[in-house]
Design a protein around this ligand. Sequence first.
Ligand code: QAP
Ligand code: CO
Length: 178
Amino acid sequence: MKLLNILHFPDNRLRKKGENVAIYDDNLNTIAMNMLHTMYESKGIGLAAIQVDIQIRLIVIDVSEGRNEPLFLVNPVINSKEDKIMFEEGCLSVPGFYEPVERFNHIKYTFFDLKGIKHEASAEGLMAVCIQHEIDHLDGKLFVDHISGIKRDRIAKKIKKQGSEGLVTARKDVPYSI
Ligand code: QAP
Ligand code: CO
């Protein structure tokens, strides 16, 4: 398994959108496993393909205590959302910064698994927030887009200054494609 390089805000590549996955093959599975490995190594609970510079609609999540209940969401879509809440969020692409964001506490969503089988599910609390956060990534959106522009600019400046590139180091010589 490979550790992938996680892009950091304000990298423009985080603004790209993910394409729907059409082929469920070994390549997709390899990307998913490498993303999961990278997320666990980075102590994250969610990671979207866009964050590792792969422009497909794929998310890995694990909000379990034991960090042994991974979820792979391909082409996820939220069909209903209810009950607004404020949730303190962070992001592997915005290391060291946490801000409250308005989200929904209950969602219903559909997704495909790595074999291409469609599922319907519902989520609440942390899991629901995490799915909303990760789907934002697939649309080029970050949690800092939900906070004030002044705060956002200040965070961008600090991340650039600390040269946080490479908190998660990975080979940059292996391109992924699908
Ligand atoms: C998104 O975020 C999320 O700053 C996933 O130094 C966050 O995994 C959804 C992380 C909160 C819901 C609630 C952040 C790790 C991980 C950092 C993450 C850091 C190390 C963030
Ligand atoms: Co994120």
